[in-house]
Design a binder for this molecule. Structure first.
Ligand code: MF3
Ligand code: CO
Length: 254
């Protein structure tokens, strides 16, 4: 897959991402209340994506034990990523990470966000704040003149300085003409290492941050990734393009 996209392609990739931005800003927050199941959340998102003429592109992604069955990865509390929507009822105090992929006219959008259900404890509030901020700190490093390692290094430094850990086993990635493209964009690493950042790259920057250990395990549904120590985890992801030397966030609502 080509690492460098044209401006027209970036426009198309942005359109796919804007559907996700709209979901996170306007469509789903009103439903994220105690009492809803993760399956119900997925249905609302699936319907909305299709109403935009797009395809919910998480559906059918191959995994080690079969295809992902839903439009949205929904990961609650100690779940890190790839949670499978089910009949679990969200409770006051839960945190829930939504991760959505759309395909529109052959272009892919990918973005994730962790939401609070009702009133959450102080530690969880800090977790959400630090994870979201770490994403912005990573994005700020995505400039021409830097290398991929500068992104991961900045994210890791900030997260660990705040007492949390970054997941090592999953990373950001190139995106746009497919869901997962090269290059891999780890959320940890050494400054000044890795591929040079260039105009036309489109990257998903997606720190997964844990309260406790960075180590993870997989549930026997073959998808849901949880923290090894059972402590909470958050996930914030944007798709960005490098244009005129600087990052442009494609998955932020216009
Ligand atoms: N946004 C996720 C990622 O970047 C994609 C989830 S793939 C699925 O890896 F199969 F779990 F849906
Ligand atoms: Co992604």
């Amino acid at each position: 897959m080509r690492l460098i996209k044209t401006l027209d392609e970036i426009k198309g990739i942005k359109k796919a991402n804007q559907i996700i931005a709209k979901i996170y800003e306007d469509i789903i927050p009103q439903y994220l209340k105690p009492g809803i199941t993760t399956k119900e959340i997925d249905k609302i998102i699936d319907d909305y994506i299709r109403s935009c003429g797009a395809r919910p592109a998480c559906i059918g992604v191959p995994g080690p034990y079969g295809a992902f069955p839903a439009a949205t990865c929904i990961s609650v509390n100690e779940a890190v990523v790839h949670g499978v929507p089910n009949d679990r009822i969200l409770q006051n105090g839960d945190i829930v990470s939504l991760d959505i992929v759309t395909e529109l006219n052959g272009f892919y959008g990918d973005a994730a966000k962790t939401f609070a259900i009702g009133q959450i404890d102080e530690e969880s509030k800090k977790l959400l704040e630090i994870t979201e901020k770490s994403r912005e700190i990573g994005i700020a490093q995505a400039v021409v003149g830097n290398r991929l390692g500068d992104i991961g290094h900045a994210i890791q430094q900030f997260v660990e300085k705040n007492g949390f850990s970054v997941v090592r086993d999953f990373a950001g990635h190139g995106v746009g003409l497919a869901l997962h493209e090269d290059p891999m964009v780890p959320n940890y690493g050494r400054a000044g290492r890795g591929l040079k950042i260039e105009n036309g790259m489109v990257l998903a920057i997606e720190p997964m941050v844990n309260v406790g250990t960075y180590k993870i395990a997989m549930l026997n549904d073959g998808w849901t990734i949880v923290t090894k120590d059972g402590k909470r985890s958050a996930h914030f992801e944007h798709s960005i393009a490098i244009v005129d030397g600087k990052p442009v966030i494609l998955s932020e609502l216009d």
